[in-house]
Each structure stands twice: as structure tokens, then as C-alpha cells.
Design a protein around this ligand. Structure first.
Ligand SMILES: [Cu+2]
Length: 319
């Protein structure tokens, strides 16, 4: 009898525990349906130590904040390329996509532009249907870029196509990774931004704000998106520069088709602090950055960014 009573008590306890667990779960489910303010625990870490991206293989859709730590010796970025098909394989990337880019770039470095265009002409046609969902701007060694972008469900290729010192793309050195974005919301919202940069092919950057010392939050509106002379679109990179910097050399460097463009080493006197990589027309991205006193600029990774109005400078004075 005593044993039965004890067992009943145990059963009751188990049922109570189960009810509590179910209760907690349904509370959690309800909470998940309400958009939550971004908090530090929602930040997705991405680390580069050499030619790699160390991060999650699967992400939720909607807003995602990334903290991209560049622990390598070269400047990088990442961009999220949404692939037109889930069936694109590693072989499709390594054997069919990378070689035409590598061949084309090698010809450009050798000054053979006709051969280069022929090589670029053999890029697989599916590449035309890739959509860009943002990513960070360029980020210098030892720095962390923090960007918030909106991802649709699908299969993505995270990549960096900065060039190594020998002129080969980082992508061909292994700096890419498939990421699956699942059809389940991150329930995250970007934090409010006090600065807005609107970018378009017609107006360039519209930016009428004065960043301050300390933490600054930028919202980037992509009014439109078009392929420029380098077959790629426009974006926003925040860069600090010192007295040794030559802005013309940076403008030249921001075009991957130039033999020395987007190639290690970066031009002297510039420190890359992130931004928002190419998004589609109508999309928005965010980035945040800690600024001290000095000279800064916003620039697009686009040929002749200065002539297109995609270059704005500002200064932060020490108090
Ligand atoms: Cu890279």
C-alpha cells in the first residue's frame, strides 16, 4: 500500500512536471511569435583566421545580425549570394564558377582584355540569377564588422572575392561557404539607426548626418541596384583614413577589375571598418561601428565611386 501511494505520488509529480514543461514550451512559442528586440545573444559570429569562414551552416530567415571577426592578416568582407537553385553543388562552384573568374582576372593582369572578356563569358548562366542579400563591408585585420541583413529562405553562398597578393580571388582560395536559410523566422529586429545612407545609381549616396564619437548605427537603403562596369552593384563601406592616405588610390582599389584593385595589399593609410554589402533594389541593411576622432569616408566597391557620388567624407573631432 505504502509503495502504491508512493508510486501515485511519483506519477502525480511526473504529470505536474510534464504540465510545467508543456506550459513553458507554449509560453516560449507565444513569445517567439512576437518580434523581439535584438539582443547580444542573437548575434551570429563569423570568424576568418585564414581563407575561411567559421560560422553556422543554418540560419533562420528574417533579420540576422552578424559579428564578423577578421583574425587574419588580410582585409576581407562577406556577401550572401542567394543561389537560384538548391541543387547547385560544391563542384558547380569550384569547377565551373571559379575558373572563368580566375582565368579572366589573370588575363586582365596580363593586359589581355579580350581574352579576359571571353573567359568571363563562360561563367555559368545560373550566376546571372544570383540575388545579393547583403553582408558586411570590407574589414581590416584585427577588426570586427557588425551588420544586420534580411535573409529569405534558400541556399546561399557566403563569399569573399578580395584578391590575394598574387591576384587570385579569396573565393578560389576556399573563402566561401554554403549556408541554408530555413523558413523559420529569427524574430529579430534591427536596432534603430541614427544615420541613414540612401544609395542609388542616379543620386549616389544621400547622406546628411554627422556621426559622433562612440557607437554609431547606420541604416543603408538600396534605392536601386544595377550592374556597374565591373558587372557588380553598389554597396557601402566605412573607412578611416590618416594623413598618409591618398583617396584616389582607394577609388582605384575599389574596382576588382583593376589588376591591383581589391587586391592585397590595401592602399596605405586606410582602415576598413565594415558596412553593408550589395543588396537588391528596395532592400535595407544596417551596420554599427565604434568611432574615435579622425577622418572617415563612406565609399562603394564600384568603379569611379567618386564620379558616381558614392564617396562621402566626414570628420569626428576630439572633444
Ligand atoms: Cu577575403
Amino acid at each position: 500500500m505504502k509503495t502504491i501511494k508512493k508510486r501515485n505520488y511519483l506519477n502525480f509529480s511526473i504529470i505536474l512536471l510534464l504540465l510545467l514543461i508543456i506550459g513553458c514550451k507554449s509560453d516560449k512559442k507565444q513569445n517567439e511569435q512576437i518580434p523581439l528586440e535584438k539582443d547580444e545573444t542573437n548575434v551570429i559570429e563569423v570568424i576568418t583566421r585564414a581563407m575561411d569562414f567559421q560560422t553556422l551552416d543554418t540560419l533562420k530567415s528574417g533579420w540576422n545580425t552578424f559579428a564578423y571577426k577578421n583574425m587574419s592578416g588580410e582585409t576581407h568582407f562577406f556577401i550572401m549570394d542567394k543561389l537560384p537553385s538548391d541543387s547547385i553543388t560544391e563542384q558547380d562552384i569550384n569547377l565551373h564558377l571559379m575558373p572563368p573568374f580566375d582565368d579572366g582576372m589573370r588575363y586582365l593582369i596580363e593586359g589581355k582584355s579580350d581574352s579576359a572578356m571571353a573567359a568571363f563569358g563562360s561563367i555559368p548562366t545560373w550566376f546571372n540569377d544570383v540575388k545579393r542579400y547583403g553582408g558586411t563591408g570590407l574589414i581590416s585585420p584585427g577588426k570586427t564588422a557588425v551588420s544586420t541583413i534580411h535573409l529569405e529562405p534558400g541556399k546561399y553562398m557566403m563569399e569573399c572575392y578580395v584578391k590575394a597578393i598574387n591576384g587570385e580571388f579569396h573565393t578560389s582560395h576556399g573563402m566561401w561557404k554554403f549556408i541554408t536559410v530555413i523558413d523559420e523566422s529569427s524574430n529579430t529586429l534591427p536596432i534603430e539607426a541614427e544615420h541613414v545612407v540612401s544609395v542609388s545609381s542616379t543620386e549616389g549616396y544621400v547622406f546628411n548626418s554627422q556621426p559622433k564619437m562612440g557607437k554609431n548605427h547606420f541604416k543603408v537603403n538600396f534605392i536601386d541596384q544595377v550592374p556597374h562596369e565591373h558587372f557588380s552593384g553598389h554597396d557601402v563601406n566605412l573607412i578611416k583614413y590618416d594623413n598618409s592616405a591618398n583617396i584616389d588610390s582607394l577609388v582605384h582599389w575599389m574596382n576588382w577589375m583593376n589588376p591591383t584593385g581589391l587586391r592585397t595589399p590595401t592602399p596605405r593609410g586606410f582602415t576598413f571598418l565594415g558596412g553593408v554589402n550589395n543588396c537588391e533594389a528596395g532592400q535595407t541593411g544596417y551596420f554599427e561601428v565604434d568611432l574615435d576622432s579622425g577622418n572617415y569616408l563612406l565609399i562603394s566597391e564600384t568603379p569611379k565611386a567618386d564620379e558616381k557620388g558614392m564617396l562621402k567624407t566626414f570628420t569626428i573631432n576630439s572633444n
